[in-house]
Design a protein around this ligand. Structure first.
Ligand code: FNR
Length: 208
């Protein structure tokens, strides 16, 4: 887990502000598609939070299909994946909706994160769930299902609803959120998420 240190140290000469380590966030995209719209949105969101959060994308497309028989000797990809999540202060999940629910590749990753018993990396971790689809409800049902699952696993989820309908002009040529209203809406989520992650990172010992 990252550290979030006090920013002010008193020296003989006076008070000096030290640079703070930004809280770290693991980013999971719930799509294994090469040109994923959700991956593009995730990169745009990371940019919106870049001044307050250090984000790292975590791969899920190389994880084997969950099988309890593998729990005794975890595959290397699973070990790597769980370690990346464990050291992050928070998790951003940007997901499509598949058949009105959580895409299989993401549910597989969620299950690996929760297992083996006693090694649940989600517990106490602040999370922000969002996602986009060209459909009118913008992944609302996938997000609802995922919220129920992650809350059950002990994640502390950011409140509010960010269902993003993907339109061709959502992002500009550089991958930034193009529409000002949508940008402001999402900036509010990133700001609140950064505050939640920083607060919980500072209080980490009390949570675990
Ligand atoms: C979809 N799509 C879709 N869209 C939606 O709004 N609600 C849904 O239930 C579904 N179901 C669904 C199932 C399957 C198997 C596929 C492949 C697609 C369409 C989906 O939103 C679209 O393909 C997005 O582009 C998927 O996001 P990524 O992969 O581009 O990030």
């Amino acid at each position: 887990m990252g550290t979030y240190l006090a920013s002010v140290i008193d020296f003989n000469q006076g008070t000096m502000t030290m640079p703070m380590a930004k809280p770290t966030v693991a980013v999971i995209v719930g799509s294994n598609r090469r040109d994923s719209l959700n991956r593009r949105l995730a990169h745009a969101l990371v940019r919106l939070g870049a001044d307050k959060l250090d984000a790292t994308f975590v791969r899920i497309d190389d994880l084997p299909m969950f099988n309890q028989d593998l729990e005794g000797n975890l595959p290397g990809e699973v070990v790597r994946y769980k370690a990346e999540l464990a050291r992050a202060d928070g998790v951003l999940i940007v997901t499509p909706e598949h058949d009105r629910s959580i895409p299989a590749v993401l549910k597989n990753a969620v299950d690996w994160g929760a297992r083996p018993y006693g090694k649940n990396v989600w517990a106490g971790k602040p999370g922000f769930i969002t996602g986009t689809s060209p459909g009118a409800i913008g992944t609302a049902l996938a997000q609802q299902h995922l919220r129920a699952v992650m809350t059950g696993l002990g994640m502390i989820l950011l409140g509010g609803e960010a269902y993003i309908t993907f339109k061709p002009d959502l992002l500009d040529a550089q991958g930034h959120i193009a529409d000002e209203t949508t940008k402001k809406f999402l900036q509010g989520f990133l700001d609140r998420f950064a505050a939640l992650v920083a607060t919980l990172a500072a209080k980490e010992p009390a949570l675990t």
